[in-house]
Design a protein around this ligand. Structure first.
Ligand code: SF4
Ligand code: SF4
Length: 114
């Protein structure tokens, strides 16, 4: 017991090593790969992002001017961001909200809808 006493005293008067999650949420590191977001008004439907995506998460229909993302296939590698000539895809450092289903996000060009 005497051997353990210094450790007990140290632990009694030091801060806990763990965080009181969810009350205390750790700040994300700079350049955290959270998820990608698409800005349809910048897109010219060139299909470069879909061709470069290693997980097949992006589908671009040039004729119908639609851009489709299957977010739960995305591995946030940023290849589409690097390859987009119009900077229409950007990295958001916040994690995507967890979900029970795997929705597909479909964006249509406003120009096509008119
Ligand atoms: S690479 Fe950029 S401009 Fe081309 S289809 Fe993808 S998001 Fe649109
Ligand atoms: S970040 Fe990578 S995996 Fe995700 S959509 Fe872009 S290219 Fe595909």
């Amino acid at each position: 017991m005497a051997v353990m006493l210094p450790t007990i005293m140290k632990n009694l008067f030091s801060r806990p090593e763990t965080r009181l999650y969810p009350a205390e949420v750790r700040e994300l590191y700079p350049h955290t790969r959270g998820h990608i977001e698409f800005e349809e008004e910048k897109c010219v439907f060139c299909t470069m992002c879909a061709k470069r995506c290693p997980s097949g998460a992006i589908t671009v229909d040039r004729d119908n001017k639609t851009w489709t993302l299957e977010p739960f296939r995305c591995i946030v590698c940023e290849t589409c961001i690097e390859g987009c000539p119009r900077e229409a895809i950007k990295l958001i450092e916040q994690w995507r909200t967890p979900a029970c289903a795997k929705p597909t996000e479909v964006y249509r060009s406003a120009a096509k809808q008119v």
